[in-house]
Design a protein around this ligand. Structure first.
Ligand SMILES: Cc1cc2nc3c(=O)[nH]c(=O)nc-3n(C[C@H](O)[C@H](O)[C@H](O)COP(=O)(O)OP(=O)(O)OC[C@H]3O[C@@H](n4cnc5c(N)ncnc54)[C@H](O)[C@@H]3O)c2cc1C
Ligand code: SF4
Length: 441
């Protein structure tokens, strides 16, 4: 424990965002990196509890109190070593993880929790800035080959671990670039893509082979000694209601993927373009994907953005249903919401209305819940005008293609657990790597 009274003397200083009027004009990261001195102060708030619930809550089992102590004591290189033991992509989780750890921080019981996620980011960015992170190819190769199908966080974490163990790893990715949803779902204003490229360069130098624009099928099972299947979960849930066929209604991933490609410099044909400029945008779905669509629409110059959700507005503070240290479902106001979004809860969309085959409005009704039963409130019908509608109502987990059912195939990430989080995908990739290593050796 670097500073015994740190948690009494120092207040939490959470991420500082760039001013809204500045950041909505670009796609750069909304957050500003802290200085090392600020990070040391924040790390010193850690109480080094006897039972670190943060460590328990982090799916990766990150050694949080230990690296907080090292950062407080200016031992960045040792903090980095310890972080590297449990997390293959701290520069990603340090930016986009919902910080399950912070909701379990003991200090959070009666004060603001430690800024664990930003401390993690500070360590890894200090490492890159000061040249502490270098390619370390394995000294010995085992001669065993593994195909990793899918280059999201699950596939990449698995590939990195197996490569460290000395296996020959080839990652197959059907898209033109590596990264999965981190590349084509998460917008640049949360995760600039050079952050991914920097890590890919490192892994390439350590010996991992990447084959992009290559859709891999079960045939790879014959060519490799083992396969990690990390193909994600991307089948979007649809709204099967009247008017769904109208033009101007898109799935969130189609909208975000195209936007991320445009930010990366791609030119999109006019008839394929999904652009919110001067449009009345309605995002259906109140989750994080919906929030990413809100931020994107505002950057594209939407006239107004409305986000609606079927479920009731979540509480602002913990209630009896989710006591500390469980991860609570609380009202979340993201940086994208701060940039402008009219948010409404308990709203059911009954139909899309249109003119000349384009969507012009949503017919909605307010609802209430009696237990799990949804009841429409009579007389509460209303319309929301819309020129562009984005469906962000989740993804459907698919059964595995029978061709992949083979003892040499190890699934990991969203393909196996359904839509989840980057941190869980990394965890699963690492577990798959351990299982593959046991199988091969
Ligand atoms: C818009 C959006 C925003 C999100 N934001 C966050 C966030 O801020 N924080 C967070 O923690 N989580 C977030 N998530 C969730 C998180 O991104 C996912 O849980 C995570 O990416 C899953 O990782 P994965 O490796 O299992 O799959 P994915 O990231 O989906 O990667 C799977 C990859 O496999 C490739 N693939 C599929 N089939 C084949 C094949 N046959 N051959 C070759 N390649 C193939 C796909 O092209 C894809 O690149 C978000 C999700 C979405 C949709
Ligand atoms: S990966 Fe997520 S849960 Fe784990 S320490 Fe980092 S921010 Fe916390």
């Amino acid at each position: 424990m670097g500073r015994p009274r740190g948690f009494i003397e120092i207040k939490r200083r959470a991420a500082r965002y760039r001013p809204v009027c500045e950041r909505v004009k670009d796609y750069y990261d909304v957050a500003r990196l802290r200085t090392d001195a600020q990070s040391r102060d924040q790390a010193s708030r850690c109480m080094d509890c006897g039972t670190p619930f943060c460590h328990w809550a982090c799916p990766l089992g990150n050694y949080i109190p230990e690296w907080n102590d090292l950062v407080t004591n200016n031992q960045w290189d040792r903090a980095l070593e310890l972080l590297d033991v449990s997390n293959n992509l701290p520069e990603v989780t340090g930016r986009v993880c919902p910080a399950l750890c912070e909701y379990a921080c003991v200090l959070g019981i009666n004060d603001d929790p430690v800024t664990v996620r930003e401390n993690e980011l500070a360590i890894i960015e200090h490492g890159f800035k000061h040249g502490l992170i270098k390619a370390r190819p394995p000294q010995v190769r085992t001669g065993r080959s593994v195909a990793v199908v899918g280059s999201g966080p699950a596939g990449l974490a698995c590939a990195a671990e197996l490569n460290r163990m000395g296996h020959e790893v080839t990652v197959f990715e059907q898209a033109d670039k590596i990264g999965g949803i981190m590349r084509y779902g998460v917008p640049d204003f949360k995760l600039e893509k050079h952050i991914l490229d920097r890590r890919m360069d490192l892994w390439q130098n350590e010996g991992i082979k990447f084959r992009t624009k290559t859709e891999a099928g079960p045939a790879v099972i014959r060519e490799f000694d083992a396969v990690c299947l990390a193909t994600g979960c991307r089948t979007p849930r649809d709204l099967d209601i009247p008017g769904r066929q109208l033009n101007g209604i898109y799935f969130a991933m189609d909208y975000l993927t195209q936007s991320n490609k445009r930010v990366a410099g791609a030119k999109i044909q006019k008839d394929q373009l999904i652009d919110a400029r001067d449009k009345k945008v309605v995002v259906i779905g109140g989750g994080d994907t919906g929030s990413d669509c809100v931020g994107t629409a505002n950057r594209q110059g939407a006239e107004c953005v409305v986000q609606i959700e079927l479920l009731p507005e979540p509480p602002v503070c913990r209630d009896k249903a989710c006591p500390w240290p469980v991860y609570p479902l609380l009202l979340k106001t993201t940086s994208s919401h701060e940039e402008g979004a009219n948010r409404h809860w308990s709203i059911l969309t009954k139909a899309f209305k249109g003119q000349d085959s384009r969507v012009t409005a949503l017919a909605c009704v307010k609802v209430r819940f009696a237990g799990r039963q949804m009841i429409e409130i009579p007389g509460s019908e209303f319309e929301i005008k819309a020129d562009l509608v984005v469906l962000a109502v989740g993804f459907i987990k698919q059964e595995l293609d029978p061709g992949w059912q083979n003892k040499k195939v190890f699934p990991a990430g969203d393909v196996q657990r359904g839509p989840s989080l980057v941190v869980w995908a990394i965890h699963e990739g690492r577990e798959a790597a351990k299982a593959i290593n046991r199988y091969l050796t």
